[in-house]
Design a protein around this ligand. Sequence first.
Ligand SMILES: Cc1cc2nc3c(=O)[nH]c(=O)nc-3n(C[C@H](O)[C@H](O)[C@H](O)COP(=O)(O)OP(=O)(O)OC[C@H]3O[C@@H](n4cnc5c(N)ncnc54)[C@H](O)[C@@H]3O)c2cc1C
Length: 833
Amino acid sequence: MPPGAVQRVPHLPDQSGVAVPANAKVVIVGAGLVGCAVAQHLAELGWTDITVVDQGPLFTTGGSSSHAPGLVFQTNPSQMMTRLASYTIEHFSGLEHDEGPCFLPAGSIEVAATPERLEWLKLRHGLASSWGVDSNLLNPQQVSERIPLVDSAKVLGGLHVPSDGIAKAVRAVEAMASRASKQGVRFRGDTTVTGIAVDEARVRGVEGSGGFIEADLVVSCAGMWGPLIGRMVGMRIPLLPVQHQYVRTSALNELADESQEITHPILRHQDSALYFRQLQNCYGVGSYQHSPLPVQPETILSPADAPLMPSLMPFTEDDFKQAWADAIELVPALAETSWEDSLNGLFSFTPDGLPLIGESRAVRGFWVAEAVWVTHSAGVGKVTAQWIADGTPGMDLRECDIYRFEPFATSPSYVDARGRTQYDEVYDVIHPMQPLAEPRPLRVSPFYRRQQELGASFLEFSGWERPQWYYANEPLSEGRDVPAPGEWAARFWSPMVGGEHLVTRERVAMFDMTSLKRAEVRGRGALGFLQRLCTSDLDRRPGYVTYTLMLDAHAGIRSDITVARLAHDRFQLGLNGPRDIDWLERHAADDGSVVITDITSGTCCIGLWGPDARKVVQSASQDSFSHEDFGFFRAKDVFIEEVPVVALRLSYVGELGWELYTSADLGLRLWDLLWRAGRPFGIIAAGRGAFAGMRLEKGYRSWGLDMWTEHDPYEAGLGFAVKEDKAEFLGAPVLRARKEEGPRRKLCCLTIDDKTVVMGKEPVFSNGEAVGFVTSGAYGYSVGHSIAYAWLPVELAGLGSKVDIEYFAQRHTATVSEEPLFDPEMKRMRSAE
Ligand SMILES: Cc1cc2nc3c(=O)[nH]c(=O)nc-3n(C[C@H](O)[C@H](O)[C@H](O)COP(=O)(O)OP(=O)(O)OC[C@H]3O[C@@H](n4cnc5c(N)ncnc54)[C@H](O)[C@@H]3O)c2cc1C
C-alpha cells in the first residue's frame, strides 16, 4: 500500500451471483479491443470508477489490435465461440466512428481444395446451423461468382456465411473507448503497469509509470503480455505469443474501378493454411503455413524500444514464399501484384486454442480476459463485464474459464508445445476425438502397463492416457451384430468397441475410471458446506452415495456429481474437472471448517461392471458384497485381498457393479487381483468406446457435453436429483421460479431411423427449420439403435415426435424415444444375484 492509500475491503464477486457494488474502483490493463470492450460494457452496466491504462499511445497502442486485418468467421466447433463472435459482429455493427463503420458485412467463403475438406465444410455447415448462423454450401462456380478472382478449377466447393465480414479493429477500439469515456471511464496511455499491490489476498491497486492507482479490481486485458501481468500476482497465464505473417498487395487490374473497401467475401483456403481479404483495389493475404515461431512475452520490446510497434517482428520472406505461391494458385491475379506492405505480428495461443477468462482464486479482484481474437473480442468484453458485475457471465464459459486447466497444462513447456500445435493446426481438419500428438504420455494410471499388454488403443483426456478399446478383445466382436459407423465416426472406432460393450452386459469388465476427477471434502463444516452447494439432501448416514447437482445462482447446472459420505465429516466427491475444484474452493469458508483435497492423482479407480461383477469381487474379498450387506448407491471401506478400497456401488454403464478406489501405489495390485478373480468369469478390460454407448443406452448425461450452466435440472431430465423441500441451496430460488415457468426446451433421447451414427453438435431440423442440436451420439449395441441426445423445443419433445438430424449435409429422420432405452426398471444395477 502506498502512503496515504485508503485500506478498503470491498465486497467482491464470489462468482455465485452476488453483485459487486458498482462504485468499486477498477483498473483495466490494456486498451486493445478486449480492454476497451470490457471498459465499455462495465461502464454501461453502471460502473462509475474505471481507469484503463496502456503502455502504448492511445489508441493505436502497438498491441495486436493495432494491425489485425480483422477477418471475422463465426463458425466454430464451440457454440460459445460462435456466440461470442456473433455478438462481436452485432456490437461492432452498432458502433459509430467518424471514419466509417466498425464492421463490414462482406460475408465469408471457406473453400475446399480436397475431398476431405469438402466433407469438413459440410460438417461446418451443420455447426453453423446448430449455433444459429445462416450458411450455404456452394459449388465451384458459385464460389467464383462471389469472388471472381478465385480460380474455380482449383476448388471443389465452398461454405458461404453471409453475416461474416471484416472488423475494423482500431476503429472499434476507438468507438468503444469513446462510448466508455462518455460514461466516465478514464483512459491513460503511455502508462506501463509494473506491479500489482496485493494485501490480504486482495488486489489494492496497480503500480506503474503513472504512479499508484488504487483499485479494488484489476482486469488484465494485456493480450500476449498477459503472463507478465499474471506473474505480478503469482498467477500462471497459459498463453504463448506466436508470430504470424500477412502481406498487402499492390493494386490488382481486376479491381481498378473499385471504390469500396470490400465487396468480395473474405476468403479462407484452409488446405493451404491461407486467408484473404479485399482491401479496395488490393488484397491482403495471411498465412499459417510456416512452422510456428513463438516468442517469450518477456522478450517483446517495449513501445519505446520497438522500431514500429512492440507486437511487430521483422517479416521473414522465406517463411512466406510457399504461401504466396499457393495463394497465386487459388487467386491467379495475385501473380501480377507485388507486396506493398508486409507484417509479422504477434498474438496469443493457449494450450487448447480458447481464450482465458476469470478471476484469480488466490488474489481476489484480479481478473483476466486474454488470448482473444478480434473475432470474439466484444463478446468477451461483454461476458467478462457481466461476470464481474453480476457474479455470473450470462453465458456458459466452461471452455474458456481460466481454471479449466490441470496444473501441468500451465507449465512453460506444455504451453510452448501446445501453443505451437494450436498455431500449426489452426486450419486443420481436426476430428473431435483426435488425441494430442504431444506431450504424451503425460498422465498414466497404475494400470497402464497391463493395458499396454492387452493392446490398448489409447486416446488422451486431460493429460490421461485412456484406453478406447483393447486389441486383445478382437475375437469378441466376431459373429456379433456390430455395425460399423460411417467413415468419420469410424476414425477412432473399432469393432472391438461393440464386442466390449456386449460382453460387459453378458459377463463382466474392468473399466479404468482413474481419469474421473475426485476430491475429498472433510471437516466439521463439510456437511453444511455441501448442503449449501448441492440440490439433494446429503444429510444421510455414512455409507450412502448421492447423485446430485451443483447449480449456479441462476439455477444453471454447474456440475453433476456423486457424493459418498464415508464418515460423519468426510465425503468423497466424483467431479467433472478442475473447475469443480475451483467452484468448491471459492465457496468454502476460510476458517478451516472445510478442507477440500483433490485426490485424483494420488488414487485410481476401476469400474467393475457386469452381471458377474459381484461374483468376481466377492471371490477376492472377505467383506460382504451381497445385496443385503452392500446395497445400491452405498459406499464401504473394504479390502480386496490386502488392498484397501473405497467401494461405491454404482455404475455409469447401467450394470451391477462397483467403482473401486484405492491409492495409486496399490492400483496395479488391485487390477491384477481383480483380473485373476475374474478369469473364471471371462472378465475383460473394456475401453471408453464401449462406455460411451452404454451410458447413452442408459440415458446418463455427461456434464459439458449434454448439459451445462445454461440448462436447469428439469430441462435436462435431472429433476430427480433436486430435493425441493430441502433448506436453501445455491440457485434454489431461481430454480423454483424456473420450475413454475415450465421448461422451454428438453434434452431428448432420439433414435435415428436409418441407424446412422452421429457424433454430437449436429443440427436438428423440423419442417426444414433448425430447432436444436445433438449433444452426444453413439451406437447402442444392446438395443440395436443409433442413439442421439439432443436439445429440442418442448413442443417437439413428445414421445414419437419426428425430427431430422443433418450429418454431412444429409438429413436423417430421428424419433424422440422413451428413455432409458436399456433396462428402464434398473433391474441390472439393483440386482441381488
Ligand atoms: C498479423 C495478425 C493478423 C490477425 N488477424 C486476425 C483476424 O483476421 N481476425 C481475428 O479475429 N484476429 C486476428 N488477429 C488476432 C488479434 O489481432 C488479437 O488476438 C487481438 O487483437 C487481441 O486483442 P487484445 O485486446 O487482447 O490485445 P492487444 O490488442 O495486444 O492489447 C493488449 C494491450 O495491453 C497493453 N499492455 C501490455 N502490457 C502492459 C503493461 N504492463 N502496462 C500497460 N499496458 C500494457 C498493450 O500495450 C496492448 O495495447 C491477428 C493478429 C495478428 C498479429
